[in-house]
Ligand binder design. Sequence first.
Ligand SMILES: [Zn+2]
Length: 478
Amino acid sequence: MASLVVVNGRVWSQPSATAVAVDGERITAVGADVDVSRATRVIDAGGATIVPAFNDAHVHFLMASRSLGQLDLFGVETTAEVERRIVEYARSQHDGWIVGRGWLYSAFPDGMPTIELLDRLVPDRPAYIESFDAHTGWANSRALEIAGAPAGRVLIEEEAMRQMTRHIPRGGRAEDLDALRAGMRLAAARGVGSVQEAGNGLKQLALWQSLRESGELKVRVRLAFDMTPGTAMDEWARRLDDYDEARGGGDRWISTGILKAFADGVVESRTAALLEPYADSDHRGEPLWEGGELAAAVRIADARGWQVQVHAIGDAAIRQALDAFEGTTPGRRHRVEHIESPDPSDVLRFARLGVVASMQPQHAEPRLTEVWRRNLGTPRAMRGWPWRELHDSGARLAFGTDWPVVPLDPFASLGVASQRLTQAEAVDAWTSGSAYAEHAEHEKGELREGMLADIAVIDLDLEHVKATIVGGAVVYES
Ligand SMILES: [Zn+2]
């Protein structure tokens, strides 16, 4: 007996299988002769590929969902077009703040926009627009004034950005729920069945729980709780008490068990921490954690059963993260996120330490990396994003988008990754690799009897999603 059967497809990595049968939330059969006679629902794949639903190992889902209705400058390549879009958007908004995101460093002659430009485009109201990577804020004078930013600041980073966003009026809980609903619809349309939220998870727990209670969840979510520098270790231990409490049972829809830390910033704003100075500079970028601080915090979390993921982009930050994972509990699967520019001598440490390499291939798209390459200099840029070397050394890869940094588009990701991996290796990183990275490979990431029925029916060549099924429910059909 099956409640749902997908037929007439090519089952991923099982050449002889053409169909997948589902009962309730689980897969009951995979093969060529699956019985459809008593199925309540049959989906004809029409020769398309049946894959495990994509699992985005690194997203900022709530933040991205909130931005869906805002000014979007992603992919705009010239200053003139940036100007046109901002003016047009400002005209469409009757009053209040102009808020947006997504500008590329390469759209501006010096790799950075100016406050004067935004003052000219939006003279009368506060305006605040984040770079695509969310690491640089572009505000006009009105916005800086409201946020009480120090005079003379041109672009703002990290902590100053958090200050700024506190002053931007935001909808309440109802708006956040609507945003998540819109984000989930988008995820379903892209074949994404699971998302792993990279930070800020504690505050989101109640939102996700309420969507589950109303039966509206279309994706499974894993929420990372924050791990911040400058916290005394006894205070950190107390914070973990709160985290332990919030961790609760967890289930297959909403889970946690992972902590997110930033070891550095990004190359474009020269906040990534490097071993040697930036090109044409004597500046190396400051690590965000002092001396042995990160290692000490990781040790405490590790001993209490928490997995840790560390954002590390520059070679010095990547080394600091790997150093912090030395001697941790085997099988904890700590992770480094991004890994844009590791020192070659550190690449082999991932496999040896059992550290997951969580990467987002779209970040390596040439149109996004012009300033990145200029700031790093050719030798370091040439060895950037070594997912091939990491894979070959035996490290586990987990792929994702980092949405809203780049679009929530697994096909675009597979396209970039496939320049250095086979398509099969890239799809694995997006499915079984991401499942492994969240300790869920026994439940998802593969199509076989007993696994959760999280399935996408896709045309890999046309980059088209025909249907997405999560927990046995059809959440999207084209
Ligand atoms: Zn991120």
